[in-house]
Design a binder for this molecule. Structure first.
Ligand code: BTN
Length: 263
C-alpha cells in the first residue's frame, strides 16, 4: 500500500488539471532513473513519478540519497524545453525558488536557499538541509528534457548523516499531509517553470536572492582546481552563477560546494 493515494492526490491537483501526470509507486530504484526510462519511451512533459522507497536513490556528485517512506517525499518531474541545454543555466536555482515558495505557502518559516540547489532550514545561526535537487539534462534535435529529482525531508532524518538535516515538520506550526505538500510543490513548480521558459533565470533572480541563506556574507567554496576560494558572496548573476567578491575582484563561480565561513 503506497503512502501516496492517487485519488487523494488527484483531488489536490484539480486546479492544475492536465499539467501533471502523477504515478505513485511503492518502490523503485530511483524515481529519476524510472522517469528517465519512461521519457525514453515517450512520456510527456509534466510526468511525475513519486515513490515511497528508492533502492538506489541518487544525490548530487555521485552520492547516494537515503530516504525513509514515513518521513520523506521523493519524486521526479519530467519537463521538456525547446532548444539546447546551454539555455537552461540556472534551472536548478529556479526549482529551488519553487520549493521555497511552496513551503512558505504551507506555513513554513525559516526556509532559505543555498547555492546551487539545496533548500535549508535556518534556526538562529544554524542551517540544516531540508531538501535536495538533482537535475539531469539531455538534448536532441527536438529540444532538451530535464529530469528534476527532489528529495524532501518531511520529518528530521535520524542516523549517521553527512551534514545537519532538518524536516518540514520543524518549520511548520501544524502537521501537513504529504498530498498537500506534493500538490503545493507541483503548483509552484508549474509557475516557476513557466516563468523560466519565457524569461530564463533572469525572471527569478531577485526572488532567489530573497531566499539566499548567505547573501553578502563571508563564504568559502570547495571544489576542484584552485579551491578553496574565499570571499564575500554577492548573490547570483542572470545565468545563476555565484558572484564571489575576492581580493582579485568579482569572480563567477559555476560549480562547487559553498559553505558559510564563520568569523
Ligand atoms: C542532493 O544530493 O542534494 C540531491 C538529492 C536528490 C534526491 C532525489 S530523491 C528523488 C530523485 N530520485 C533520485 O534518485 N534522486 C532524486
Amino acid at each position: 500500500m503506497t503512502l501516496i493515494d492517487p485519488v487523494l492526490l488527484k483531488a489536490r491537483l484539480a486546479s492544475l488539471a492536465g499539467r501533471f501526470d502523477v504515478d505513485a509507486l511503492d518502490e523503485c530504484d530511483s524515481t529519476s532513473s524510472e522517469l528517465l526510462r519512461r521519457a525514453e519511451r515517450g512520456a510527456p512533459s509534466g510526468s511525475v513519478v513519486v515513490a515511497d522507497r528508492q533502492s538506489a536513490g541518487r544525490g548530487r556528485r555521485g552520492r547516494s540519497w537515503l530516504s525513509s517512506p514515513e518521513s520523506s517525499l521523493t519524486f521526479s518531474l519530467l519537463w521538456r524545453f525547446p532548444g539546447n541545454a546551454a539555455g537552461l543555466s540556472g534551472l536548478s536555482l529556479a526549482v529551488g525558488v519553487g520549493l521555497a515558495q511552496a513551503m512558505e505557502n504551507l506555513g513554513a518559516k525559516g526556509v532559505c536557499l543555498k547555492w546551487p540547489n539545496d533548500v535549508l532550514l535556518r534556526s538562529g545561526d544554524d542551517f540544516a538541509k531540508l531538501a535536495g535537487i538533482l537535475i539531469e539534462l539531455s538534448s536532441d534535435r527536438r529540444g532538451t528534457q530535464a529530469i528534476i529529482g527532489i528529495g524532501l525531508n518531511l520529518a528530521p532524518p535520524t542516523g549517521d548523516l553527512p551534514q545537519p538535516a532538518a524536516g518540514l515538520s520543524q518549520a511548520c506550526p501544524i502537521s501537513i499531509d504529504r498530498h498537500d505538500v506534493l500538490a503545493a510543490i507541483l503548483g509552484q513548480l508549474a509557475a516557476v517553470l513557466d516563468t523560466f521558459t519565457v524569461n530564463r533565470f533572469f525572471g527569478l533572480k531577485m526572488k532567489w536572492q530573497s531566499y539566499h541563506a548567505w547573501q553578502d556574507q563571508a563564504v568559502q567554496i570547495l571544489g576542484d582546481g584552485e579551491y578553496p576560494k574565499r570571499g564575500r558572496c554577492l548573490g547570483v548573476d542572470d545565468d545563476g552563477a555565484l558572484l564571489l567578491e575576492t581580493a582579485a575582484g568579482i569572480e563567477r563561480i559555476f560549480s562547487g560546494d559553498v559553505s558559510l565561513r564563520r568569523a
